[in-house]
Design a protein. Sequence first.
Length: 181
Amino acid sequence: MRFLIDFFPIALFVVGYKMHGIYAATAVLMAATVVQTGIIYAVDKRLQTLQKVTLALVLVFGTLTLLLQDERFIKWKPTVLYASMALVLAAALWVWKKNFLQMLLGSQLRLPDAVWARLTVAWVAYFAFMATLNGYVAAYYSTEAWVNFKLWGYAFPVVFIVGQGLYVARHLKDESEGPHA
């Protein structure tokens, strides 16, 4: 269910683009993200920082796209989001010596500190990869190709999250078997 809530703004954006172009799609994305955020708040009774940042970026970059009639703003929004996430996680881990993933999920998952550090490095690399990939597609491909990439590019996070789940599961299993592992 959560995947559908996360996916529906992008799906509606693609439909809006195919039917009416980038500017209508941008308005649809903005509205869908507001609705998505409202649904998440209604279900969870709170919003995570990433959800707030995503909403703010969609609204700011969407507004710039519509007011200036320049599609580059909406196309670069994901790059800004992914790069920001990579920088925040990296700075927290290596500069401030804080592991934000562990702080956020540590009460739900009991993992050794070294595993948390590897997970964070993997997330930093993933966000940097996605920022670079979106930036490349936004800069060197047509808007049509970029929109299709946004739709089919959902395979990247699915594969990454499944891989993270398999990695975490291996360490959870080891911990439940006892210290001999």
